[in-house]
Design a protein around this ligand. Structure first.
Ligand SMILES: CC(C)(COP(=O)(O)OP(=O)(O)OC[C@H]1O[C@@H](n2cnc3c(N)ncnc32)[C@H](O)[C@@H]1OP(=O)(O)O)[C@@H](O)C(=O)NCCC(=O)NCCS
Length: 145
């Protein structure tokens, strides 16, 4: 059964494996994840199948917004709906707490843009040549009034 829950210490190594596998040299470091893990302003959620971590999300929560910082699914578990489960969980959370859900995504990241568009995120603006490789950053919001 698929389950969404807070990531605990036991799953930390698996989270790092997924992160480095998916983000390569753009991954957060172990230290960055550890700091977020100990900070109440961060939300770290995992999508599990039979206790096995398949996908995770890290977000920063402020008074009126939850900002998604990292989202990744293990390579062998893509297109199974795990990331969608995580985002839908956050969507329910922000609706309940009357906040927005925001994120920034590279313009050429079509899988991620496909996911967010399917889940009703709207493009709010674009930061030109924001990334080191010259790609534009697209800023998307959900639940914006
Ligand atoms: C983006 C990412 C998290 C999606 O994870 P996932 O678990 O495979 O996504 P899901 O299975 O929940 O996909 C849900 C929907 O998103 C869209 N989607 C996902 N992957 C897609 C792809 N490769 N191409 C087009 N659309 C895609 C589809 O609409 C999909 O629904 P469908 O399978 O019914 O067609 C995953 O590809 C990943 O880890 N990418 C590398 C890290 C990354 O770029 N993170 C996002 C940074 S902003």
């Amino acid at each position: 059964m698929v389950q969404i829950r807070k990531i605990n210490k036991c799953d930390f190594e698996k989270l790092l494996v997924i992160s480095f596998e998916q983000f390569k040299n753009e991954s957060w470091s172990k230290e960055q994840y550890s700091a977020a893990f100990c900070d109440d302003n961060y939300i770290l959620l995992g999508c599990y199948l039979e206790q096995d971590l398949k996908s995770f999300v890290v977000a920063n929560e402020s008074l009126d917004d939850v900002n998604i910082l990292m989202l990744a699914t293990s390579e062998n578990d893509k297109r199974e709906g795990y990331a969608k489960e995580l985002i839908q969980y956050l969507q329910n959370y922000v609706k309940k707490h009357n906040k927005t859900l925001s994120l920034e995504v590279k313009e050429n990241n079509l899988p991620a843009i496909g996911l967010y568009t399917k889940l009703d995120f709207k493009v709010v603006y674009m930061r030109k040549h924001y990334y080191k490789d010259g790609q534009n950053a697209i800023i998307m919001f959900y639940n914006q009034k």
